[in-house]
Design a protein around this ligand. Structure first.
Ligand SMILES: [Zn+2]
Length: 352
C-alpha cells in the first residue's frame, strides 16, 4: 500500500492501461522515432503479457525482452515486427533485462531464426544452476523449503519440478555480457546499461537518453511491487540490493518509463519513492508478526502477513513466491541487526 502523501506517477501508456483493465492484449505501438512496443502473451500468468521493445538503429535492429516462448507469442512478435517494416531475420540483437522465462524465453528461438546475438547483464545467473545433476538441484530445493517450514504435504506443490527445471535449463545462453555503464553494441543506438540487481541477481535497465526512454524490465513497474526473492543460488541480501538499485535508477523524473509489464508512465523518482515505502511497510509488518506470533519458521511468518487475495488463495508458484519474498525480508532485517531466530540458510553464489 502506498502512503497517501506520495506523489502519483503520470500515465502515458493510455491504450495499455485500458487494455489492462479490459483484460485484453494491448496494441502494438510506435512510442518514439524507430521504437516500438510489442506485447507478447504470457500464458497462464496474471501479468498476461510481456512488453517487448524494438529499437531500430543504423542497420541494426535490437529487441529488448522477447517474452515467453510459445508459437502464439512468436506470431504476435512477428506481426509486431511487420508493423515496423521488419521480418524476423532482420533482428541483429536481443537483450534480456534478466533471465526469467517471460523475458529471455523466446531468445533461443529468435537467435536460431535470425542469427542475432543474445545479451544479458554480466552479473546475471545463466540458468538456475549450471549443474546437470537435476536430482541434486531438486533435492536441495526441497531441503531449503523444508528448512523454511513448508509443510511436507505442501512441498510437492511449492517445490521446483523437473519440467520447470529443464525449462530454465534450456533458456538461451548469452553471446554477450553487458557491463554496468556500457552501451549496447548496436550502430545508431544510444542504449546505456544500468545494473539493477534485486528482482534477479543480474537484472539490468537500459537508458536511451536521446529519446528520453528508460526500459525498466521488472525492476520498476507502475502498479505492482516487483517480487524480491531469497533464492538459491543467489545473493545473501537481495532486498538490500534492490533498494540500492532503486536509488540508482531514480536519477531523474521526466523520462518515459517503458516497463516489461503493465503500462508506460513518467515519474521514475515518484514510483521509486512508492516502492521504497511499500517495502519499508512490509518490513514493519514482518517485525510486528515476529513480536505478536513468535513464529518458528519463514512459513509461519508468511501465514500471518497480508496478501492481496489472502494467504489461503496462494497456491503453487505464487505460494513459493510468497515464502521466498518473506525470506528476503528476514535476510534484510537480520542484516539490519534484528535478532530473528528462524532458520534461513545462507545462499550460495549464483552461477553466472
Ligand atoms: Zn517479468
Amino acid at each position: 500500500m502506498n502512503s497517501p502523501s506520495l506523489e502519483p506517477i503520470t500515465l502515458t501508456g493510455h491504450a495499455q492501461k485500458e487494455a489492462w483493465q479490459n483484460k485484453v492484449l494491448p496494441p502494438v505501438e510506435q512510442i518514439g522515432t524507430e521504437v516500438w512496443s510489442i506485447p507478447v502473451p504470457f500464458p497462464g500468468n496474471p501479468m498476461r503479457y510481456t512488453l517487448s521493445y524494438l529499437l531500430l538503429g543504423d542497420g541494426d535492429a535490437v529487441l529488448i525482452d522477447p517474452g515467453w516462448d510459445t508459437d502464439a507469442g512468436l506470431d504476435h512478435l512477428t506481426a509486431g515486427l511487420r508493423q515496423a517494416g521488419l521480418g524476423l531475420t532482420d533482428l541483429t540483437g536481443i537483450v534480456a533485462t534478466h533471465f526469467h522465462p517471460d523475458h529471455l524465453g523466446m531468445a533461443a528461438r529468435l537467435r536460431m531464426a535470425s542469427g542475432a546475438w543474445v545479451a544479458l547483464g554480466d552479473q546475471e545467473v545463466r540458468r538456475r544452476t549450471a549443474s546437470d545433476d537435476h536430482d541434486l538441484v531438486l533435492r536441495i530445493d526441497r531441503e531449503e523449503l523444508t528448512l523454511w517450514g513448508v509443510p511436507a504435504d505442501r512441498l510437492a506443490e511449492v517445490a521446483m519440478d523437473l519440467p520447470g527445471l529443464i525449462h530454465l535449463h534450456n533458456l538461451a545462453d548469452p553471446d554477450l555480457r553487458l557491463t554496468d555503464g556500457a552501451l549496447v553494441p548496436a550502430k545508431g543506438l544510444d542504449l546505456r546499461v544500468v545494473h539493477t540487481p534485486g528482482h534477479s541477481p543480474g537484472h539490468i535497465c537500459l537508458v536511451d537518453e536521446p529519446r528520453g526512454l528508460i526500459f525498466s524490465g521488472d525492476h520498476v513497474l507502475p502498479r505492482i511491487s516487483p517480487h524480491i526473492a531469497l533464492d538459491l543460488p543467489g545473493p545473501a541480501n537481495p532486498l538490500a540490493e534492490y533498494y540500492a538499485s532503486l536509488e540508482l535508477i531514480a536519477f531523474e523524473d521526466e523520462m518515459e518509463v517503458c516497463p516489461a509489464h503493465e503500462y508506460r508512465f513518467t515519474g521514475m523518482q515518484r514510483r521509486v519513492a512508492q516502492l521504497l515505502e511499500h517495502n519499508r511497510q512490509r518490513s514493519v509488518e514482518v517485525l510486528q508478526v515476529l513480536e505478536d506470533h513468535r513464529p518458528a519458521t519463514i512459513w509461519d511468518i508468511a501465514q500471518h502477513l497480508t496478501w492481496s487475495r489472502g494467504w489461503k488463495s496462494l497456491q503453487a508458484f505464487s505460494l513459493r513466491l510468497a515464502v521466498s519474498e518473506t525470506a528476503s525480508h528476514i535476510a534484510y532485517l537480520r542484516a539490519q541487526g534484528h535478532d530473528i531466530d528462524v532458520p534461513v540458510t545462507d545462499p550460495r553464489p549464483a552461477v553466472r
